[in-house]
Design a protein around this ligand. Sequence first.
Ligand SMILES: [Zn+2]
Ligand SMILES: [Zn+2]
Length: 285
Amino acid sequence: MAILAAAQAVPVAASWGFARFVNVSDEHGATPLHLAARQGHPACVRLLLDKGAIVSAPTAAYGFPGSTALHLAARAGNLDCIRELLAWGADRLQRDSVGRIAYAVALKRGHAACAALLNPSAAEPMVWPSPLKFIGELKADAKALLEAALMEANRGRERKILKGTRYCPPSPAHSAAAAEVDLCSICFEQACNIQVQDCGHQMCAACTLALCCHSKPNPTTLLMQPPACPFCRTTISRLVVASKAAAEPERQASPSLSRRRSRRSREGMQQQLQGALVGCGRSCC
Ligand SMILES: [Zn+2]
Ligand SMILES: [Zn+2]
């Protein structure tokens, strides 16, 4: 972290470009991401990806020629690194120089749980949605909540993939059930913990992710558009951690009318977002 912060400060960033610095490779074609994945440092993997490391970069001679970070994590059996890489959109079908996908590497090395997640026919993990990269001011605390929701969604998928094996991750304690919290009015399952700062509307982190996965590039310009608030269609430019005291704009109208209206729009939104959750995978993100 200190090295990256120093590199972001003037001289290196100005002369090299920061992205080039993050993706610098040694004489064997190994980048910092390759090393972190092979050595089993998931926090480093996440930090590097967050700072612009190229997830699909292949090595030259390092490891096995043409290996990606995913191949190297598979080879070493680093399950947490594999989770991080997949959540960033690492391609399970990318091949090394002899045509092996990471799944084949994990199988050969006897890493059964890694192989199960890397199996191209297993459920695709949820990927950190690219529109979130376009939201200028995603505060660190809101980002942490969204990341936690994404990893939790993936753990749910993992439980299905690894069901009945000794690698099955434990079930989570349900966060929203016991405590007195405002339930998300889209899914009615999770606590409302993310707020669109511009309009004050709130939803849970999982629904926010689904919403961002659902957002598609503009068909004519192919540019990613920031997602819109599902309640009022305001473009989301800032996401923050929900504050309890936030005013609910709908309550300003006649209470009975607004309640009816919100229930109807809520049903539509639920369908839309559940569709997004089911359909969410690399192809749409
Ligand atoms: Zn929700
Ligand atoms: Zn709104």
